[in-house]
Design a binder for this molecule. Structure first.
Ligand code: ADP
Ligand code: ZN
Length: 432
C-alpha cells in the first residue's frame, strides 16, 4: 500500500530532522546562484545558523516576478552542463517562467509522482492514459515518468483530439487517466455524441484531476458519469510539477510531501504565518532540488492545513483542495467572489451541462456578471418553460451564495470556447 513506506510514515520528529538537514543543503546550494548569492550576503544568511525547519522564516520569500526578472538562468545553482531537462509554467498569469532539472531532480520528481499514484491504487497491471499536454508543460512528462516507474502501461495520448481519446480508452482498456477537470467535463459531451457510456463500455478505475481548481461537486459529477474514482493532484512547475500534494484513498485533503517541500501558510496581505486550520497562501521551499532550488515560493494558491492524522497512516500533513489563486478573486459591487463558488453551485444543478464562462462587464459605473452556461441538448431543444425554470433556479441558487444577482444565459451544448489546457473561466471586460 506504500511506495516508500519509511518516508511516507515517518514520524514528525523524523520528518523535521530530515527537513532541517535538507534545508541546510538547499541553502548551501542556492547560495551559489546569481539571484540568491547577493540576497544571502545582504541579509547575512548562514546555513549553519539554521537550527530548525521553522527558521525558514528568516529567509526571503520568492515570487513569480523574481523568477521572471532573473529569467532564464538567474536561479541556477549548478553548472549548465549538469542540466538534463527544461520545463516551463503554463503562463496563466503572465510570462511563463522556466525551470531546469538535473538528472537527480528528475529522479526525485519521478519518485514523488510514483509514490502519489501508487497511493491511490495504481499498479503494474494498470493501463494509464495521460491526457495532458506533453512538452514544456509539466503535466505530461511528469506523470509519464511516475507511471512508468510503477510499471503501468503508459499511453502518452497528450491533450485534445477527443474522439481519439475515447477510441484509445476502448481499444486498450484504459484503467487510469490524467486529465484537466474542465476537459473531462467537456469530454462528456463527446461521449454523448458517440453514444459511448463509460460505465458500460470502458474499464476506467482511477482519474487524476489536476492543473486547475475544481470543487467536490465537480468531482462527484465526473465520478458519477465515468465510474472512476477521481483524485485531486496538485503541483506547480516552480516546485517540479505534479506530485507536490495528492489525495490518498480517504479523499479528504491532499498529502503534501514534506520530505521534499517545506510548507508554510501565510496571510497574503501581511505575510505572517496563520494558525493551522486557517486559510491563507501556500508558501513552499524545495528541499531536494539541485538545479534550481527555490526558497519560500509564494504560490498565490489559497488553502489551509487540515488538522489531525489521516486514516491512511501517512504522516505528511494534508491541505484542503485549492480554492483558487489570489489573482482569481473577482470583486463585484464590493463582494469578493472566487470562480470555484460558481462552479460548485452549477455542478450541483442537474440540468446544467458541461461548460460555462463568467463574463464581467461595467455598465453605467456598475459591475455586471454574465454567466453563459451550456445545458444538455434535450433541455435546450425542449420546453421553453422548463428552460426558463432552470435559468431562474440557477440565478436563485447563485444569488444565495455569492450575494449578487448574475445575468444567466443558457446556451447550446458545445457552443462555448473550450480549452485543451486550463480553462479560462473568467473574461473581465471592465475598464478602469
Ligand atoms: P501557471 O502557474 O502559469 O498556471 P503551472 O503549470 O506551473 O503554471 O501551474 C501551477 C498552478 O496550477 C498552481 O500554482 C495552481 O494555481 C494550479 N493548480 C495545479 N494543480 C491544481 C489543483 N489540483 N487544484 C487547483 N489548482 C491547481
Ligand atoms: Zn491519507
Amino acid at each position: 500500500m506504500y511506495w516508500q513506506k519509511e518516508i511516507e510514515t515517518l514520524d514528525r520528529a523524523g520528518l523535521e530532522a530530515l527537513q532541517l538537514e535538507r534545508l541546510k543543503t538547499t541553502l548551501r546550494q542556492a547560495g551559489g546562484s546569481v539571484y540568491y548569492g547577493p540576497v544571502f550576503r545582504e541579509l547575512g544568511i548562514d546555513p549553519d545558523e539554521i537550527k530548525s525547519p521553522a527558521d525558514v522564516r528568516k529567509l526571503p520569500m520568492t515570487t513569480k516576478d523574481d523568477l521572471r526578472e532573473h529569467w532564464p538562468y538567474g536561479f541556477l545553482a549548478v553548472p549548465r552542463e549538469e542540466l538534463v531537462r527544461m520545463h516551463s509554467s503554463s503562463g496563466t498569469t503572465g510570462r511563463a517562467t522556466v525551470i531546469f532539472h538535473t538528472a537527480n531532480d528528475i529522479a526525485q520528481w519521478t519518485q514523488l509522482v510514483a509514490r502519489s499514484l501508487y497511493m491511490t491504487g495504481m499498479r503494474k497491471s494498470d493501463v494509464f492514459q495521460n491526457m495532458m499536454t506533453y512538452g514544456l508543460f509539466t503535466g505530461g512528462l511528469g506523470f509519464h515518468y511516475g507511471a512508468e516507474k510503477i510499471g503501468a502501461l503508459t499511453i502518452p495520448a497528450g491533450a485534445g483530439n477527443s474522439k481519439r481519446q475515447i477510441q484509445l480508452m476502448r481499444d486498450f482498456e484504459t484503467t487510469a487517466v490524467h486529465v484537466i477537470p474542465s476537459y473531462a467535463l467537456h469530454l462528456m459531451t463527446v461521449f454523448a455524441e458517440l453514444a459511448v457510456d463509460p460505465r458500460k463500455d470502458l474499464n476506467l478505475r482511477f482519474a487524476y484531476l489536476g492543473a486547475e481548481p475544481h470543487s467536490e461537486k465537480m468531482r462527484k459529477r465526473l465520478e458519477d458519469f465515468y465510474g472512476f474514482q477521481a483524485f485531486d493532484s496538485y503541483g506547480l512547475s516552480e516546485m517540479c510539477g505534479p506530485g507536490v500534494a495528492f489525495e490518498c484513498p480517504h479523499q479528504d485533503g491532499l498529502h503534501i510531501w514534506e520530505d521534499q517541500f517545506l510548507v508554510e501558510i501565510v496571510d497574503p496581505a501581511t505575510l505572517d504565518p496563520v494558525p493551522d486550520g486557517q486559510e491563507g497562501e501556500l508558501v513552499l521551499t524545495t528541499l531536494v532540488r539541485d538545479g534550481m532550488p527555490i526558497l519560500r515560493y509564494r504560490t498565490k494558491d489559497l488553502t489551509r492545513i487540515l488538522e489531525g492524522p489521516c486514516g491512511c497512516g501517512r504522516t505528511h500533513r494534508r491541505i484542503e483542495r485549492i480554492k483558487g489563486r489570489t489573482d482569481d478573486m473577482m470583486i463585484i459591487k464590493g463582494v469578493n467572489i472566487f470562480p470555484i463558488q460558481i462552479e460548485r453551485k452549477l455542478m450541483g444543478i442537474p440540468g446544467v451541462g458541461n461548460n460555462f464562462v463568467i463574463i464581467l462587464e461595467r455598465a453605467e459605473f456598475t459591475d455586471l456578471m454574465i454567466i453563459k452556461i451550456e445545458v444538455r441538448r434535450e433541455t435546450f431543444m425542449g420546453d421553453l418553460k422548463q428552460l426558463e425554470a432552470l435559468r431562474r433556479r440557477i440565478v436563485e441558487e447563485l444569488k444565495s451564495d455569492i450575494l449578487i444577482t448574475p445575468k444567466v444565459d443558457l446556451v447550446e451544448p458545445d457552443s462555448l470556447p473550450k480549452s485543451e489546457g486550463k480553462a479560462q473561466r473568467v473574461i473581465d471586460n471592465r475598464k478602469d
